[in-house]
Design a binder for this molecule. Structure first.
Ligand SMILES: CC(C)(COP(=O)(O)OP(=O)(O)OC[C@H]1O[C@@H](n2cnc3c(N)ncnc32)[C@H](O)[C@@H]1OP(=O)(O)O)[C@@H](O)C(=O)NCCC(=O)NCCS
Length: 180
């Protein structure tokens, strides 16, 4: 596929079963780039394989799992023409923790597909989805050292609010109007 077509053809596909090989291939790419840390904490189960990961995300969709404070979360693959380019998570509401770090939307793009507008296109689609759910403003956060993520959020209309100081570092917090 022509790389410049990626962004124009980006869709969000709800994660479903049976994508084991493609998922493993993407994880190999993150690991080879030294970015294994994108799957950490609860999400480290991804390293056990897609079926374990998909099982976790399916249960997280209802909320309250793996801990009571976990809000319902929808998981999507960012795709172009059926190829997995990354992942996006959507939350309809915030917890006190997500107000500081995480927000309504989380995303990642595999290293080989970056700087072609993929995350920006995916975030646009996610904002539209939240708008359709009646959420007028979305909170999107990123670590203050994550220049690319901050740029994506700002390209999508993010207005910076007070940063959060956390053990993980300074977290930039942006609000984005979902209908803008
Ligand atoms: C952040 C991330 C999702 C961006 O994905 P992407 O598909 O490359 O994003 P886009 O192509 O839509 O936009 C990236 C922008 O950042 C800019 N950028 C990237 N690296 C940069 C750097 N080191 N310095 C300055 N700008 C940078 C790009 O030039 C582009 O801006 P532009 O369109 O004005 O040129 C991707 O880098 C990633 O997955 N990182 C690891 C996981 C992560 O950080 N997720 C976000 C957590 S909040």
């Amino acid at each position: 596929m022509d790389m410049k077509d990626f962004a124009a053809k980006v869709v969000l596909t709800p994660m479903g079963p049976g994508r084991d090989e493609e998922f493993a291939e993407m994880l190999d790419e993150f690991r080879a780039a030294g970015e294994g840390g994108v799957y950490r904490g609860d999400f480290a189960v991804a390293w056990q394989g897609y079926s374990a990961f998909y099982s976790l995300l399916s249960q997280m969709q209802q909320g309250g799992f793996p801990r009571p404070e976990i809000v319902p979360m929808e998981a999507y693959f960012i795709e172009s023409e059926g190829r997995i380019l990354g992942e996006l998570y959507l939350r309809r509401r915030l917890s006190p923790h997500l107000e500081q770090i995480g927000g309504h939307i989380g995303f990642k793009v595999r290293p080989s597909c970056r700087n072609r507008g993929v995350a920006t296109a995916a975030l646009h689609i996610a904002l539209k989805k939240l708008g359709e759910m009646g959420i007028e403003k979305a909170l999107v956060t990123c670590n203050s050292t994550n220049v690319a993520s901050a740029r994506v959020i700002e390209k999508c209309g993010g207005v910076r609010n007070a940063d959060a100081s956390l053990p993980e570092g300074e977290e930039r917090r942006y609000w984005i109007e979902t209908k803008s």
